[in-house]
Ligand binder design. Structure first.
Ligand code: PEP
Ligand code: MG
Length: 324
């Protein structure tokens, strides 16, 4: 699979026998947009809005945000763009909004911050919706959801912003609203959560960190951070099944989606959307197009019987090598 993959850009994400999977990209910087379009991205599964916030020395105004979001939405239209509301705290700190905590990953981050600061949340979703007028390709996604109450509170704010914009004369539909599944509690409550929203997307970077209790950025424990840990795979399977039972589309936007072996397992599990760094898109597409769905199913079955992450990694590596 190491050959030149440029020819893949115009081809759809599907298995050799035509099982369709949406291969989307994660973006943040404008450079990601150009690269994503060159590589034939079919949509954006995660636009990290904290990136423009990190590049400034103060909160961007609603109008500044509208311009930034418009660029994203326009670049990809008519393809969908999933904008995540501000996910600061944890490992992402804004210099002009310091958060001092002993346990930042278990502290005030993501939706917890923006629900405590509705003015930040409202300014963001207003800017997103204004930016989407006439394009209609916006989806809004909430990070770090740990229970249904947060979704209810956030939905109320999104609906209020939408109502206010309509009153101000904007003509925009209420965008699809989704959540990230990246906290273990959300795995166990995935079916309740899925019924509340239009889509769910697994943040496997954080989910792995929280399931294994391994800091994703601590090099001392990096060797036990296993994105393919059997417990992680079981959680991923549980989430996709819960989502589909609720008739909700299920995606994933963590690094695992950009790993060809991981991607094949996710496809076998039934994930509808794999969203990844544009750099990984051609490799994942090549692997997907080289296997039949039934082969991926077989691979998943084999892997789910294994108890050690290292065995799983080995099986995937051998399988990929067999593809050539
Ligand atoms: C994740 O946690 O998997 C994710 C996609 O979000 P981030 O990496 O921005 O925390
Ligand atoms: Mg995350």
């Amino acid at each position: 699979l190491a050959r030149n993959l440029d020819h893949l850009a115009g081809l759809p994400g599907e298995t050799a026998d035509g099982h369709r999977v949406r291969l989307w990209v994660n973006t943040g910087l404008m450079a990601d947009v150009v690269r994503s379009l060159e590589r034939g991205a079919e949509g954006v599964g995660l636009y990290r809005t904290e990136v423009p916030f990190l590049l400034r020395d103060r909160f961007p105004s609603e109008e500044e945000q509208r311009e930034i979001y418009r660029e994203q939405l326009e670049a990809f239209a008519p393809r969908p763009v999933t904008m995540r509301t501000l996910d600061v705290g944890g490992d992402k700190a804004l210099a002009y909004f310091p958060i001092e905590e002993t346990n930042p990953f278990l502290g005030w981050r993501g939706i917890r911050v923006t629900l405590d600061h509705p003015e930040i949340f409202l300014g963001q979703v207003r800017a997103m919706m204004k930016a989407s007028q006439g394009l209609d390709n916006l989806r809004i996604m909430l990070p770090m959801i740990s229970g249904v109450g947060e979704v209810e509170a956030a939905r109320k704010l999104v609906e209020r912003a939408h109502r206010e914009l309509r009153d101000e004369g904007y003509r925009i539909d209420m965008p699809p609203l989704g959540i990230m599944i990246e906290v273990p509690s959300a795995v166990y409550q995935a079916s309740d959560l899925a019924q509340q929203v239009d889509f769910i997307s697994v943040g496997s970077n954080d989910l792995t960190q929280y399931l294994l209790a391994v800091d994703r950025n601590n090099s001392r424990v990096a060797s036990i951070y296993h994105a393919l840990h059997p417990a992680v795979l079981r959680a991923l399977l549980q989430v996709v099944n819960a989502g589909h039972t609720a008739r909700t589309k299920v995606g994933i936007c963590g690094e695992l989606a950009g790993d060809p072996g991981g991607a094949l397992l996710l496809v076998a599990m039934g994930y509808d959307v794999l969203s990844m760094n544009a750099t990984n898109l051609p490799r994942v597409k090549a692997a997907l197009r080289a296997v039949k769905k039934s082969d991926a199913d077989q691979l998943l079955k084999q892997v789910l019987d294994l108890q050690y992450p290292e065995q799983i990694e080995q099986v995937l590596q051998d399988f990929l090598q067999g593809l050539g």
